[in-house]
Write a protein that binds this ligand. Structure first.
Ligand code: GAL
Length: 692
């Protein structure tokens, strides 16, 4: 992983104080100019102080090859600047114009069957095309030259959600770039053969030119897992290299403008390794769209905490979220009353210093006309716009109170998230398709929250070993170095929770031998010989009961031996024929100065809720304070001056809850504070300020 760039945050416009940035994507080019004045006026009403501009404007900025038209952009930027609104200017390369793809169809990406992905939407370009790069960098250069002295520009919004649609390209350009990538990674073809296990199924390669992208191999066939994992790494790197080229081109001309690109971090699967990408941005920014249903708030909290972990606790930018419904799910649920404000404040609580939306004004035509926006079709006379204005006021107040620049207070518990484990565990030739890395970390985050503990979500390469306790939730890939970190952590007194499907393979996806979890068996003191997946077929094992009342689904380990230092907290109770009856399910081992718990099955949030109290006690980690109820999520930010602390309480329950007030109430949404008690409706939030 590259060394991280120094953190740099977009500075306020000249003469203005530092504020929480507030605004969204703005697409004035989709509207007649008459609308622009109203836009700027209403932005003022809403408290908007920043917009992202020109993200998809290439065809308007360069209508014909080499002919640029910045006039319209100059005009709107001037209006915005006059109104005190800063601009994050896009590199505008996310969607190439028709003239380009018509004269150079070889920039279009190809799917795994070799079919061309035609223009008609966006991101129809391949990151490894030298031709596309050339055109894109020319545009970057022209933009940077034109806007280098424009005082309205506060930073660069490079590209847009790289790899959202064009993650995997299987073209010949991609093939050549993949071959070079492999050469850099492995040095010799022998090393690569070893890493990919090509002795299997006669896949031996004589030289690097024989390397193909993982193109179509027929239905129901299985791609070499080592190669496929490397293709995911390569694809993330190829897009990153494209971003870096754009960034460098822009910053060569405008060295003082910080650059970012909007990540798509969520609890679920990911196209890119964002923890790795974070090394290349001046500040981290993220797009997040809510998960409808009962996990709405928790998934958002988990994701924000992960973004904070990716940003290594520096402030980060919420670049996009939605004021209401999106347009790209099969059913696009609206937000409930209060959720617009609550969601934004939750991102803020977890370290965002900028709250932005997709998008400012709801489109009238085009593929996103049903996507909500700050200013909806209904116009300013709408609940949505009122909520947007209320939020603007809240953010103004929080800025005045000194929230900006404060940092998310470190939790006692780190839940580890690992993109590489996610990628490796999503291969289709595994013990069970129900078992992947991503769902397990979220279950643990939620189960800790149920115990009144707000855990930090920390990437594997991050400082999880500086916490009092850490969870390795189905962290399938553990290389030698990380296995040693785990060992050192517990040896030195750390409290570790490890689940099934952790430490199974090394970074090449070669299994650690001798029994699972191969690379850290000594730390947890248990040895599993086999996986016992559970399913739903008649007569198949479909669940396992535990002696503590919890029920496991999807996956269990067949633990056949434990060290003498291990205490068994729960074992399986199952029909004799299954061979699982009486086998250990949850254990705690003393190792060095610390302890390592092992949870050898998938318990889900419910099973973890049943098991955690006893586990926490066994590990000396009980939650204690009065407000530590699972109905409340407590999140704290503290100023670097150490003078004030901001305490956020969110209602996680679907009924009213109470909490003891802590400090001076700053603001409340669907909540009120009276004689030292805070009452929060569902979706409610209160924020207190404490002097330290
Ligand atoms: C994002 C994208 C935006 C908009 C939004 C809609 O993925 O960056 O341009 O499409 O989704 O939710």
């Amino acid at each position: 992983m590259a060394e991280r760039r120094a953190y740099r945050w977009p500075q306020p416009l000249e003469g203005q104080p530092s504020k929480i940035w507030y605004g969204g994507d703005y697409n004035p080019d989709q509207w007649p100019e008459e609308v622009w004045d109203e836009d700027v006026e209403l932005m003022g009403e809403a408290g908007v102080n920043v917009v992202s501009l020109a993200i998809f404007s290439w065809s308007k900025l360069e209508p014909r090859e080499g002919i640029y038209d910045f006039d319209w952009l100059d005009r709107i930027i001037a209006k915005l600047y006059k109104a005190g609104i800063g601009v994050l200017l896009a590199s505008a390369t996310a969607s190439p114009p028709m003239w380009l793809t018509q004269s150079h169809p070889e920039v279009l990406w190809r799917d795994k069957r070799g079919d061309v992905v035609w223009p008609g939407a966006r991101q129809h370009w391949r990151p490894t095309s030298p031709i596309y790069r050339d055109y894109a960098l020319k545009l970057c250069r022209a933009l940077a030259e034109h806007y280098k002295d424009n005082p309205a520009i506060v930073g660069w919004h490079v590209g847009n959600e790289y790899g959202c649609h064009n993650r995997f390209d299987y073209s010949d350009d991609a093939m050549r770039a993949f071959q070079d990538w492999c050469k850099r990674r492995y040095g010799t073809i022998e090393e690569l053969n070893e890493a990919w296990g090509t002795a299997f199924w006669s896949q031996h390669l004589d030289n690097f030119t024989q390397i193909l992208p993982p193109r179509f191999i027929g239905e129901y066939n299985f791609m070499n897992p080592g190669k496929f994992l490397d293709y995911k790494r390569f694809s993330s790197d190829a897009l990153k290299a494209f971003y870096v080229a754009e960034r460098d081109c822009l910053q060569e001309i405008t060295p003082d403008l910080p650059a970012t690109t909007n990540f798509m971090v969520s609890a679920e699967g990911s196209n890119l390794d964002y923890d790795d990408w974070a090394s290349e941005v001046d500040f981290v920014s993220n797009d997040h769209y809510f998960t409808p249903g009962e996990s709405h708030f928790d998934e958002l909290a988990y994701t924000s905490s992960l973004v904070d972990g990716i940003a290594r606790k520096e402030p980060w930018w919420l670049m996009e979220h939605s004021a209401g419904a999106v347009n790209w799910r099969p059913i696009n649920y609206r937000k409930e009353p209060g959720q617009l404000v609550r969601d934004s404040l939750a991102h803020l609580a977890f370290g965002a210093d900028a709250i932005c939306y997709f998008q400012w004004r709801q489109s009238r035509s085009g593929a996103e006309k049903f996507h909500s926006a700050m200013l909806p079709h209904a116009g300013k006379d709408s609940q949505m716009f009122q909520d947007v204005c209320e939020l603007g006021k809240d953010l103004e107040l929080l800025s005045e109170q000194g929230l900006i620049g404060s940092k998310l207070v470190k939790s006692q518990v780190a839940v580890v998230h690992d993109y590489q484990s996610e990628w490796a565990s999503e291969h289709t030739a595994t013990p069970s398709q129900q078992v992947r890395h991503w769902s397990e970390p979220l279950d643990w985050f939620r189960a800790f929250a149920d115990q009144g503990i707000t855990a930090d979500v920390v990437p594997l390469a991050g400082p999880w070993d500086s916490y009092q306790a850490a969870v390795l939730p189905a962290v399938y890939l553990l290389d030698e170095a990380n296995s040693q970190r785990v060992r050192d952590f517990v040896q030195a007194g750390g409290k570790l929770f490890v689940t099934y499907y952790t430490g199974i393979s090394d970074e090449r996806d070669h299994i650690w031998l001798g029994g699972y979890p191969g690379s850290i068996r000594d730390v947890v003191g248990v040895r599993s010989e086999e996986f016992a997946p559970m399913g739903q077929g008649e007569g198949c094992l479909d669940h396992l009961e535990l002696s503590n009342g919890a029920v496991a689904h999807d996956m269990a380990d067949v633990i056949t031996s434990v060290e003498s230092s291990v205490r068994i907290l729960a074992s399986f109770q199952a029909p004799k024929r299954t061979g699982m009856d009486g086998l250990p399910a949850i254990t705690v081992n003393d190792f060095g100065e610390g302890q390592a718990a092992y949870v050898g099955c998938k318990l889900g949030r419910e099973g973890l809720d049943k098991s955690l109290p006893e586990l926490l006690e066994a590990m000396g980690l009980a939650a204690s304070d009065e407000n530590a109820s699972g109905d409340l999520l407590r999140v704290e930010r503290e100023g670097e001056d150490g003078v004030s602390r901001f305490v956020f309480f969110f209602n996680r329950a679907d009924h009213e809850i109470e909490a003891t007030a802590e400090g001076e109430p700053l603001m409340a949404s669907l909540a009120h504070v009276e004689s030292g008690r805070a009452k929060l409706d569902s979706n409610g939030v209160v924020i207190f300020k404490q002097d330290l």
